[in-house]
Write a protein that binds this ligand. Structure first.
Ligand code: ME8
Length: 653
């Protein structure tokens, strides 16, 4: 975002509908929501877009595996995203679906324009494609000549007629754009990666596919019924079709985007392809593309198959939505990766939110009630506390800059500096002693100082914690709106005489983790014991009856996988570390106690049978996400393998 910008346009990526939202999606959306709320409060005309990306081979395949049509499946998952954002009170202005007719019309118009300009030509594509990432690769880019360099999954060879976009002819123009616009890609370190990538040379981009049909058709005048558009071309265009590009253009004045928020995984698409498409369309380029880091769980990437996905709804229900928002924005500097833990969240709630913020409000209620019958007047604040006010105003004068630079954790850190000035002032001036010494004016000035600081903090924090700051505002008799923002924060006006209203504690202390953790993610020893006890009880239940029903057997998911990597673990006599492809988005890391019986070379490329739905466990500090089937007798241990090679991911029954 930029200072004093009249029209602000903020976007999230549009999420694939192949899976439901997890904490990573919530992170991006919450950052965007925070920026949009801030922008509105500070008086800018703001438009905030989110939505779902519904075409492409990945979605088509996911639908087939669930016996649904792609449209039926996309509609179902898209609705789940929308409901989650509504439950989270995300203030989007538009939720776009790429299956909307207006979007499809807009994309076709854009395609035609680029074609007429001479930037699109027909040819034949021969190369590799990763369905999971919906990305084309050359053989040189692959790992071990077959695996996707981004997600590690097996790629497939694609040889088909295709339309191409002349990306190579935009190399110099892109480099010039990066050079002339210092902050076009944030953080800067990520910008350098992009520049180096472009300097390495760009190849023309295949932008249509013929081997499946779940996508936007090419413009009818090209008469190419077999072709659908490459899903990334279709998806990126959402940022303009949502404003009406190619249909009802009434919101096009919001373009260019002030900031496209993305995860670092998709920065390349946004920082290279997207500006090149826009240049081809002769349209202004986005002001900023800001890439945040990756949330992991216990050091591992989150995925459903690993069983380590964090459901944002569960976390928000357990700990409170505002606390969750604050944690996500404060815990990790923008652009860096972060590891989610309930312990860290609880620490933030008890310390930053409970002690520093919530308790300060309690003290305002307590002191004003005890000494002044809940009445607070700012009339002597300047007389007694101009020094503290100056310190506070100095800090807050620059705090917005951090938002413009996407340094949100620093924005919050500075607000906490201000809170500590307020907390310290109470200890320094001891209003209870002032009252004893009959210095009511001074005590009142102190309470009013704290209340005025609280007012500024509430206005600034409103974008991060809308609900709790509204409670603060209610308590100190203030409205949170553009006018108060202007008067209290920008003009540094003091509050008028006010009456304090009692409100309940903002952030009650949390004594223990509230959500059940998978065994390898247990936070404290007590919980570990509880979980072991529970496991014992479950085991005993089965002792009575050695026979199981067929349903019980099918609770275990057994699958065929191919070992694509194997390595020794230093210091372990028994374990080998394997990467096994089960046909999922990511390979599984499995630690198997087979080192005495198999060498690394024996294993790579062979097929094995895997227990695929075991809860992840930690061995020697590493995560193991499954178990190999093997039989051991006096002749040693042997892996159980399919008699003939089977398709990766085949269920064993
Ligand atoms: O890439 N940590 O959709 P997608 C942080 N449809 N952020 C995460 C995350 C994690 N572990 N996992 C996901 C697509 N995200 C395309 C986008 S836009 C024109 C098309 C967030 O459903 C992050 O913002 O795979 C990431 O970029 C996005 O979800 C990817 O969502």
């Amino acid at each position: 975002m930029d200072k004093n910008c009249k029209n602000v346009y903020i976007t999230t990526p549009i999420y694939y509908v192949n899976d439901v939202a997890h904490i990573g999606h919530a992170y991006t959306t919450i950052i965007a929501d925070m920026l949009a709320r801030y922008s509105r409060l500070s008086g800018s005309n703001t438009y905030f877009l989110t939505g779902t990306d519904e075409h492409g081979q990945k979605i088509a395949q996911s639908a087939v595996s669930r016996n649904k049509s792609p449209m039926e499946y996309a509609t179902e998952i898209s609705a789940k995203f929308k409901t989650l954002w509504d439950d989270f009170d995300i203030t989007y202005d538009k939720f776009i679906r790429t299956t909307n007719e207006e979007h499809k019309t807009g994309v076709q118009k854009a395609f035609l324009k680029m074609y007429e300009k001479g930037d699109i030509y027909k040819g034949e594509y021969e190369g590799y494609y990763c369905v999971s990432c919906e990305t084309f690769f050359t053989q040189k880019q692959l790992i071990d000549e077959q695996f996707c360099p981004d997600c590690g999954k097996t790629t497939s060879i694609v040889k088909e007629e295709s339309y191409f976009f002349k990306l190579s002819s935009y190399e110099d123009k892109l480099l010039k754009w990066y050079e002339e616009n210092e902050d076009c890609i944030l953080p800067r370190a990520k910008k350098n990666e992009i520049i180096n990538f472009v300097k390495g040379g760009l190849r023309d981009l295949s932008i249509s596919r013929t081997s499946f049909d779940w996508g936007v058709k090419l413009p009818a005048c090209l008469n190419e019924p077999k072709h659908v558009m490459y899903v990334w071309l279709d998806a990126l265009m959402n940022y303009i079709t949502a404003l009406g590009y190619g249909s009802d253009e009434k919101n096009m004045h919001q373009w260019p985007a002030s900031v496209h928020l993305v995860g670092k995984d998709i920065l390349r698409f946004h920082a290279i392809y997207w500006p090149a498409f826009l240049m081809s369309l002769d349209m202004p380029l986005p002001k900023h593309i800001a890439a945040h880091g990756w949330w992991t769980r216990d050091g591992a990437k989150m995925s459903k198959s690993k069983g380590n996905v964090i459901d944002p709804k569960e976390v928000a229900n357990a700990y409170g939505l505002d606390a969750f928002r604050y944690f996500l924005l404060r815990e990790v500097p923008f652009g860096q990766d972060g590891d989610f833990s309930q312990k860290a969240l609880i620490d933030r709630i008890n310390s930053d939110l409970g002690n520093d913020l919530g308790n300060l409000l309690n003290r305002i209620i307590g002191m004003s009630g005890k000494y002044f019958d809940f009445y607070v007047s700012s009339k002597d604040v300047l007389k007694y506390h101009s020094k503290e006010l100056e310190q506070v105003n100095d800090i807050l004068e620059n705090v917005e800059e951090y938002i413009y630079k996407m340094q949100i954790n620093r924005f919050l850190e500075d607000i906490w500096k201000v809170l500590s000035i307020a907390n310290k002032a109470i200890g320094d001036y001891t209003p209870w002693n002032l009252m004893k010494e009959d210095k009511q004016d001074e005590a009142m000035a102190l309470v009013a100082l704290i209340t005025n600081i609280m007012a500024k903090v509430a206005l600034l924090l409103h974008c991060v914690m809308p609900e709790k700051t509204s409670k603060i505002a209610q308590c100190i008799g203030m409205q949170i709106n553009t006018q108060t923002y202007e008067c209290i924060l920008k003009q540094n006006e003091l509050l008028k005489d006010i009456r304090i209203t009692k409100v309940e504690a903002l952030f009650p202390r949390i004594e223990k983790v509230l959500l059940e953790e998978a065994p390898n993610m247990i936070v404290n020893e007590e919980e570990k014991k509880q979980s072991t006890k529970k496991a014992c009880v479950d085991d005993n239940e089965d002792e009575d009856d050695n026979l199981i029903s067929i349903d019980k057997f099918f609770e275990t998911s057994l699958k065929i996988g191919t070992i694509i990597e194997a390595s020794e673990i230093p210091k372990s006599k028994k374990l080998l570390k394997l990467q096994v492809d089960l046909g999922e988005k990511n390979t599984r890391q499995i630690l198997a106690g087979i080192k005495e019986f198999y060498s690394v070379e024996d294993l790579v490329g062979t097929q094995v049978c895997i227990v695929a739905n075991l809860k992840p466990a930690k061995l020697m500090g590493m995560i193991s996400e499954g178990m190999l089937l093997a039989a051991r007798d006096e002749n040693g241990l042997h892996l159980i393998r399919p008699e003939k090679n089977k398709t990766i991911g085949t269920n064993i029954s």
